[in-house]
Design a protein around this ligand. Structure first.
Ligand code: GLU
Length: 312
């Protein structure tokens, strides 16, 4: 008999599959070539049970979903105060690749590109290669397996990353960026090109939801406080310039990426991952948003409900 959680995921996929508006990201050719029909959804409990439906094997590049996890790594290495000497806490109200700086010259938050590049640069390493290996290993610890890089996407990111290099130059000029622009952007391009599946993403979220312990491997990846700080910024800034409406309608800390993935977490309960490459004008997966919203509505997942519950 199908488990009720699997049934819930399958039902949500079926009910939102007809939502075919939007378009795959076209800022790099490799992402534009993604199969627009891909659609997968996974839920992983903090006890380690894995549930999934749809395209759960299909790999996609993690893109901006990497940002909260690299932020968590930087927090683990340096602590909240030192990290936030370089990057702010506040939603920018602007696009992910905007020039959003606070009066102190810090990018608004670690979930936009400028803030993520600064955060990546805070991860210790003698060069981009060593820094990236630490990032790859941390992302793998969150996912519970070794994660590789999509070399074609990486080549595309490098070839077209002028705006990100420009953002990095500005953070260097404002004093927010530590080290060299090229070392920061190269590690950032590599981190965006790490390949994951929806199950990986759900395990990563469940690790944050469980206070920093990966529920599948039982390895402690970050401290509970780091997990909490990370979820807090996902809640306020994770869905690009849709974070406010997302907070009202879905009510789970989340982070989206331009390849069509979304990670979301219910602290103390479970992590979710969804993937569908067609994006709306803001850059969020159209079906991913629709699926998580329906799941939240149908099963009472909003964290601000008086009695949230998977049973609704
Ligand atoms: N590699 C992408 C960029 O920096 C990631 C953006 C995203 O997923 O939001 O442009």
């Amino acid at each position: 008999m199908t488990h009720p959680v699997t049934l819930a995921l399958e039902t949500v996929l079926r009910r939102t599959a007809g939502e075919t508006s939007g378009a795959t990201a076209d800022y790099i050719p490799e992402l534009a070539a993604a199969d627009p029909e891909g659609f997968g959804l996974a839920a992983v409990g903090v006890g380690g049970r894995v549930f999934s439906a749809g395209d759960t094997e299909r790999a996609f590049t993690i893109q901006s979903i990497s940002k909260p996890f690299v932020y968590a790594l930087a927090l683990s290495e340096l602590g909240l105060d030192r990290v936030h000497e370089h990057v702010g806490f506040e939603p920018s109200g602007e696009a992910f690749n905007a020039l959003s700086f606070d009066p102190a010259g810090r990018p608004s938050n670690p979930m936009i590109n400028a803030g993520a590049i600064v955060t990546t640069a805070l991860v210790p390493g003698v060069d981009a290669g060593e820094r990236f290996e630490r990032i790859r290993s941390a992302l793998g610890a969150f996912a519970g397996r070794d994660l590789g890089v999509d070399e074609a996407v990486l080549a595309s990111e490098r070839a077209t990353g002028h705006r990100n290099r420009g953002l990095a130059e500005l953070t260097k000029a404002s004093g927010a960026l530590v080290g060299e622009v090229d070392a920061a952007t190269d590690a950032y391009f590599r981190q965006c090109s790490v390949r994951v599946t929806v199950i990986d993403v759900a395990v990563m979220a469940a690790t944050l939801a469980g206070g920093g312990v990966n529920p599948v491997t039982q390895v402690r990846v970050v401290d509970p406080l780091v997990a909490r700080h990370t979820l807090a910024l996902m809640a306020s800034c994770g869905m690009y310039d849709h974070s406010g409406e997302w907070g009202s309608r879905v009510g789970l800390p989340a982070k989206s990426g331009v390849s069509g993935g979304i990670v979301a977490a219910s602290p103390g309960r479970f992590g979710l991952g969804v993937f569908s490459p067609r994006l709306d004008a803001i850059g969020n997966s159209v079906r991913g948003v629709a699926a998580l919203q329906l799941l939240s509505e149908e099963h009472g997942l909003h964290l601000l409900d008086p009695s949230p519950g998977f049973s609704g």
